[in-house]
Design a protein around this ligand. Structure first.
Ligand SMILES: O=P(O)(O)O[C@@H]1C[C@H](O)[C@@H](CO)O1
Ligand SMILES: Nc1nc2[nH]cnc2c(=O)[nH]1
Length: 324
């Protein structure tokens, strides 16, 4: 082994720890002390108040548009668009296929807000920050979250272009202790130990299956288990085979932490995965490789049917009283 020399030590002194180059992890705890575990209730209230000052109707449903699915927000009428960079305390979107704005307005008779662009862990944001908009939605009065995502189909019966209603998730990042609720808990958002066994609202899933029949989508609608990995790389064959063994149907890089945050603050949750690619579970030479362009293309390919489906779901969800 080469001996250590003084230059190496000086280089080490100049090393900038990852935390300092992450986008804005230092936060205010509400008592003037910095914390990296999330913005205080009061800070997020300021963000919520800013947004409330820009809109005339309080949205009851929030939609997060997945990769390539930003056009879902284009069905919003009387739209008020607010770029993320104009919103106090908001992160900014850095991924192609994620616009970077909140869109407020109406779908049918229902006041909604859509995130055209979400935040991912692989962009350098800690999980609490990826989920900050969910808490802000709660503070402005949103009751129901509809999270959409693009995902790889692991269930061998799934085809590209299928739409999976998320029945449940496996929080792989949580197994390693990475959770959006990690750190001090503010009971004003929710309890220290929130249950997750009913994370995806049963009534909503039932309605979603009925609506799929009405719209003749039975042949593309599935229901299954989603998991989120940290990304940004797509998975290895061995990783995918492991996930298959534990019951995962679709693999992505989002949604799970958003859903945990939403359930923590008692929002109703519904989620959809658009299957944009087949997960590669064999080492065969002719097996394809996942890529982001394909993900975006399939989003575009399914945009009309997804817009129709989501707008009918919003109408139906808004008409029922549900216990989260
Ligand atoms: O934001 P979502 O979860 O829809 O995006 C998925 C995961 C990666 O961000 C990207 C990979 O193509 O699509
Ligand atoms: N992790 C992961 N995310 C995706 N998003 C779209 N497709 C995929 C995939 O195959 N794997």
């Amino acid at each position: 082994m080469a001996p250590i020399n003084a230059n190496d030590i000086n280089d080490a002194k100049n090393f900038v720890p990852a935390k300092q180059v992450l986008p804005e992890v230092e936060t205010d705890n509400g008592n003037g002390k910095a914390s990296s575990k999330g913005y205080s209730y009061e800070t997020l209230q300021e963000t919520a108040n800013f947004l409330l000052s820009r809109i005339s109707e309080i949205p009851s449903i929030g939609v997060i548009c997945g990769s390539g699915m930003g056009s879902l927000a284009e069905i919003i009428k009387e739209a008020v668009r607010i770029p993320y960079e104009d919103i106090p305390n908001f992160p900014v979107s850095t991924v192609e296929g994620h616009h970077g704005q909140l869109v407020f307005g109406n779908i049918g008779d229902v006041a909604v807000v859509a995130m055209q662009g979400r935040f991912h862990y692989y962009e350098g944001y800690p999980l609490w920050k990826c989920c900050l908009p969910v808490r802000v939605m709660k503070l402005i009065g949103v009751k129901t979250l509809i999270a959409t995502n693009a995902a790889g189909g692991l269930n061998p019966t799934y085809k590209i272009g299928d739409v999976m209603i998320v029945r449940d998730h496996i929080n792989m990042m949580g197994f390693a202790g990475n959770n959006p609720l990690h750190g001090p808990n503010d009971e004003r958002f929710g309890p220290r130990f929130p249950p997750m066994s009913k994370a995806y609202n049963y009534e909503f899933r039932k309605i979603a299956k009925e609506v799929a029949q009405e719209l003749n989508m039975e042949n593309i609608i599935r229901e299954g288990v989603y998991t989120c990995l940290g990304g940004p790389n797509f998975e290895t064959v061995a990783e995918l085979n492991m996930l298959k063994m534990v019951g995962v149907d679709a693999v992505g890089m989002s949604t799970v932490h958003e859903v945990i945050t939403a359930r923590h603050c008692d929002m109703n949750v519904f989620a959809l995965s658009l299957i944009t690619n087949e997960c590669v579970t064999s080492y065969a030479d002719d097996a394809g490789e996942a890529n982001h362009e394909e993900v975006l293309d399939v989003g575009r390919m399914r945009q009309d049917i997804l817009r129709k489906y989501v707008s009918v779901l919003i109408d139906r969800f808004s008409k029922i009283e549900t216990n989260p």
